[in-house]
Write a protein that binds this ligand. Structure first.
Ligand code: KG4
Ligand code: ZN
Length: 407
């Protein structure tokens, strides 16, 4: 018997980091509204997200943001079929605000609660939009690179779908983790390098805008082999054990950040950097998108920025393509804040075209954190009645998928 899906309206709520977001998505693919209250300017003063401030801002924003999402979609609470919320990974206090509110709503409305992994959300941001473009078929298995300020992961994604012959139409996804960063996330490296160079926060958009003015081959940055620490004798390392099966394609971005710091120090760039930092602090109207933003930097700085980005994107591309080949992936998706990067999109697209592999990115609005992706990822769970219990709590270290091959 086909299950009753109502009108398929899911309210998604996301509060894992520094954006309070709510969205209404119909049938897992049609975003009727997508509201994001960003705390960026608040955290910019500190050059990074301050967890206590983030929780306080989420508390302030959650009610108006959800109301706005309903109002823009012209939907009432009573029209909803389910409430979906990010369970993790993320900041514990920040996650709890969204989860507590979602639980209260679900209980008060008598509608099911669905918990979503933030990383799965990023992947579904792309699938949701690709579904709307008939020309893009994301063939399976699909390799997903999730690359943001908190994560750099490679997943092999498979769909387990009842299809038309299956009355229930059940549809679920499984993920196998085939690569991850062993230290900093790529977006974190962007943010730290931008801070070091006296640019604004978050650093990604600044470096993206400035890199095109520099020579990407001016400074050679290398990525050496990655060594994961072996477990001490007698100590069982669950992580090492779980990852022992099959090849994996890891990343490391802390070395390049140190290399940029060393370059700055050995090339006497400090004074120039401090002058830029002071100029930006004195004029908050200057943003990464301001015209003439490149004038803030001398050519040496622009070359350093271009070389940094060239190396990071090159490394992401190399590992992703190697994993795609090793696992016979039939398509690639790239998602998360760093997927907004223009050089990354250009180079990934060119290589995928050369190899004849379909590739998809989210629109810029859905690259960074949002709640439409949470409501979209909740859809297969809604269809499969995979609901969360009323005891749902925050899982700051939540992982996605298994590290071993699924059969
Ligand atoms: O997905 P997201 O909004 O939050 C996390 O889950 O972390 O990603 C934020 C990250 C930040 O590190 C930011 O610097 C980076 O995405 N980012 C970019 C660009 N736009 C945002 N990195 C490179 N180029 C961009 N255009
Ligand atoms: Zn994210």
């Amino acid at each position: 018997m086909r299950k009753d899906r109502g009108t398929g309206l899911i309210l998604g709520i996301e509060s894992s980091c520094d954006e309070t977001a709510a969205a209404i998505v119909r049938g897992g693919s049609e975003a009727l509204s997508n509201v994001v209250a960003s705390q960026m300017s608040l955290h910019a003063n500190y050059g990074g997200v301050v967890p206590e401030l983030a929780s306080r801002e989420h508390l302030r924003n959650i009610v108006p943001v959800v109301r706005e999402a309903l109002s823009r979609a012209n939907v009432r609470f009573a029209d909803l079929d389910a409430v979906a919320v990010t369970e993790g990974p993320g900041l514990a206090g920040a996650l709890l605000v969204g989860i507590t509110y979602a639980k209260a709503l679900s209980f008060g409305l008598g509608k099911p609660l669905i918990s979503v992994n933030h990383l799965e959300g990023h992947i579904h941001a792309v699938l949701m939009e690709a579904q709307g473009r008939a020309e893009t078929t994301m063939e399976l298995p699909m390799l997903a690179l999730v690359v943001s300020g908190g994560h750099t992961h490679l997943y092999l994604a498979r769909r387990h779908w009842g299809g038309s012959g299956n009355e229930s139409g059940d549809d679920s996804w499984s993920y196998r983790n085939v690569g991850r960063t062993v230290d900093d996330a790529a977006g974190e490296a962007y943010d730290k390098v931008a801070k070091l160079l006296g640019l604004g926060y978050p650093g990604g958009p600044w470096i993206d805008a400035l890199a095109s003015h520099g020579n990407p081959r001016a400074v050679a940055f290398n990525f050496g082999p990655i060594h994961t620490r072996a477990p001490r004798e007698g100590v069982t390392n669950k992580k090492a054990h779980a990852r022992s099966e099959g090849p994996h394609f890891d990343f490391s971005f802390s070395g390049i950040k140190t290399a940029v710091l060393r370059y700055v120090e050995t090339h006497g760039m400090r004074e120039h950097i401090e002058a830029r930092r002071a100029a930006l602090a004195a004029d908050s109207s200057i943003t990464a998108r301001s015209s003439g933003v490149a004038k803030l930097c001398d050519q040496q700085t622009l070359d350093l920025i271009a070389s940094f980005q060239y190396a990071v994107v090159g490394n992401l591309l190399k590992q992703t393509l190697a994993a795609a080949e090793a696992f016979d992936a039939c398509s690639i998706v790239v998602s998360g804040g760093v997927a907004a990067n223009s050089e990354l999109r250009r180079r990934f697209q060119a290589e995928a075209d050369r190899l004849g592999l379909p590739i998809a990115f989210p629109s810029l609005a859905l690259s960074t954190d949002n709640a439409a992706m949470i409501a979209a990822a909740a859809w297969p769970k809604f269809v499969g009645e995979d609901f969360a219990s009323e005891n749902l709590g925050a899982s700051p270290q939540l992982r996605l998928g298994s590290a071993v091959a699924d059969k």
